[in-house]
Design a protein around this ligand. Structure first.
Ligand SMILES: Cc1cc2nc3c(=O)[nH]c(=O)nc-3n(C[C@H](O)[C@H](O)[C@H](O)COP(=O)(O)OP(=O)(O)OC[C@H]3O[C@@H](n4cnc5c(N)ncnc54)[C@H](O)[C@@H]3O)c2cc1C
Length: 434
């Protein structure tokens, strides 16, 4: 293996692999350095891989809209056939419940309108007609299990919902990452597994490569931090964290898998449900299961952890999420043996990612993906490649943000939106919704 590259990408998750593909297509000699044994084994492997279009900000919707088109044409985009198989997109549509927290979806609908995304506004009769198994009582705000009011309705019914038909999920996020790795390799990209970055090399005031835990050094004039929940540790190695107004931290998450109610073919009739009324999101999961994630309601304590040392077993949080979802899906069984996953989000202070350069010339980052950027990984690959190309050619991105026209939507993407130097975005949901 050569020890000198144009770009070293730290991490081989879905975003690191998509970036490798985009850069190698542009002729860069890339190397992804990954501490685990294969691509997509980090937080990507446990992603719920939901591809939805509703976000709280117009820029969020625009990027998700762009990302959606890549997933629809995934094999064509990657220009390869992976012998391990190609990840598959399953369209289910997405039901988003109106709550006081999302201002009855006023901003979300305006952002969807702005992008021409189709959706239907539903009253409770409309929701019932679509999903008869849903109980539409209002429970807002979400509560902890030991709250005496847990499970007691707080009003007649929810205020309604929107249904976005173009939404779904990818069946196997780890396989999709392998697909992107194979595509990058087909363009000349290289991958080094079981190799942990221990330090960032700096020479003449700019990034010069990485030093691995075994002491070996790999050289490149451009280094990109795409290390997921470890992002703040890598930023500290590079000495760039202090120069960032928005920072990142690792947040522990539990996701439940429970059987669908008796007699309901949930894989056939279930949709994605984003339900701020009970503080959960859900989708159909293989084996006629319902997958339940948290929308991080205010009553839940946020568990900021050390990404190298956290508890991977289920806690009361698992039962809380399952019981919250059982308020909505009538007859949802809750097994004694919890099933699902425990993993980490890499959360930015305002839950909007940081796709940016840093104060150290040659050192870039695609971090703070806040539990909601799997869907945007192909777009993140493109925008990071644009950014790197322009900044390395001398563009002053901090004072005059790089902009580019997104291929599918034809919309202009202003990368200043994702700057590490931005003020906290007050329009964010400050949750996984983004
Ligand atoms: C439970 C859960 C559910 C989610 N659900 C959704 C969803 O439904 N929809 C959605 O859009 N997004 C979702 N996300 C978010 C999405 O999965 C992430 O935003 C995305 O996977 C991030 O990809 P990545 O490549 O940046 O990070 P990762 O996949 O975490 O990859 C980073 C890689 O860097 C490696 N690494 C770290 N430190 C080092 C080092 N020192 N040296 C070498 N390698 C290193 C790690 O081993 C890892 O493989 C979810 C995330 C989680 C955890």
């Amino acid at each position: 293996m050569n020890k000198s590259y144009d770009t070293i990408i730290i991490g081989a998750g879905i975003i690191g692999c998509c970036l490798a593909f985009e850069l190698s297509k542009r002729g860069y000699k890339t190397l992804n350095v990954e501490k685990l044994g294969a691509s997509g084994q980090g937080s990507t492997s446990n992603s719920c891989a939901i591809i939805r279009l509703h976000y709280s900000t117009p820029d969020g919707v625009a990027m998700a809209r762009e990302g959606y088109y890549y997933w629809l044409k995934w094999p064509e985009y990657l220009e390869v056939e992976d012998t391990a198989g190609m990840a598959r997109y399953v369209n289910t549509g997405c039901l988003v419940i109106k709550t006081p927290l999302n201002k009855n979806l006023k901003n979300v609908m305006a952002s969807l309108d702005n992008m021409g995304v189709e959706y239907a506004e539903l009253d409770t009769a409309g929701i019932k007609a679509k999903m008869p198994m849903l109980d539409l009582q209002k429970f807002f705000p979400a509560k902890l299990l030991d709250d005496p009011d847990f499970g007691h309705p707080t009003g007649d019914t929810i205020a309604g919902a929107i249904f976005v038909p173009e939404s779904g999920y990818i069946t196997d996020p780890q396989l999709s990452t392998h697909n992107a790795q194979v595509a990058a390799q087909a363009q000349g990209g290289e991958f080094l597994f079981n190799a942990e970055v221990a330090d960032i090399l700096i020479k003449d005031g700019r990034a010069a490569g990485v030093k691995l835990k075994d002491g070996s050094e790999l050289n490149a004039p451009v280094v990109v931090n795409v290390s997921g929940p470890h992002s703040y540790l890598i930023n500290r190695m590079a000495g760039v964290e202090e120069g960032m107004k928005i920072k990142t931290r690792a947040l522990r998450q539990e996701v439940c898998h429970v059987p669908a109610p008796e007699g309901v073919d949930y894989e056939k009739v279930g949709t994605i449900i984003s339900d701020g009324d009970i503080g959960c999101y859900s989708r159909p999961e293989v084996g006629n299961h319902v997958l339940i994630g948290s929308e991080d309601p205010e009553c839940d304590e946020r568990e900021w952890v050390d990404p190298d040392n956290f508890d991977r077993s289920f806690t009361d949080q698992w039962s809380t999420q399952a019981m919250r979802e059982a308020q909505r899906i009538s007859g949802l069984p809750i097994p004694n043996q919890p099933q699902g996953v425990v993993d980490l989000y890499d959360v930015a202070d305002d839950w909007i990612p940081i796709y940016d350069k840093s104060d150290l010339p040659g050192f870039y980052m695609a971090v703070g993906t806040s539990g909601n950027q799997y869907k945007n990984a192909p777009v993140a690959g493109v925008l990071m490649a644009e950014l790197i190309e322009k900044v390395e050619a001398g563009h002053d991105h901090d004072s005059n943000p790089v902009k580019f026209v997104m291929q599918h939507t034809g919309r202009e993407c202003n990368l200043g939106f994702f700057s590490r130097l931005r003020e906290i975005n007050p329009d964010s949901s400050f949750s996984v919704i983004g």
